[in-house]
Design a protein around this ligand. Structure first.
Ligand SMILES: [Zn+2]
Length: 75
């Protein structure tokens, strides 16, 4: 039995996310990259002030210098 291949991704330094409780952008504590249902990756962490779980979607064009202008449309 082997663990499923996890697309581990380095957590961006000084990552920030919006805390809905503080209603402010805060640096993410214990940040980790997770994959959501859509197949996209998001940064998940905790608010250093109130401890609320924060999530921030990561842009897929972070590594590849792909040109902008999406063709796919999801409705
Ligand atoms: Zn907070």
């Amino acid at each position: 039995m082997a663990l499923p291949e996890t697309p581990s991704r380095p957590v961006p330094a000084n990552a920030e996310a919006y805390c809905v409780k503080c209603k402010a952008t805060r640096p993410v504590n214990e940040g980790q990259v997770v994959t959501v249902k859509n197949g996209k990756q998001a940064l998940k962490g905790k608010c250093p002030v109130c401890g609320t779980t924060m999530m921030k979607f990561l842009s897929s064009k972070q590594t590849a210098p792909a040109a902008e202008g999406g063709t796919g449309s999801a409705g």
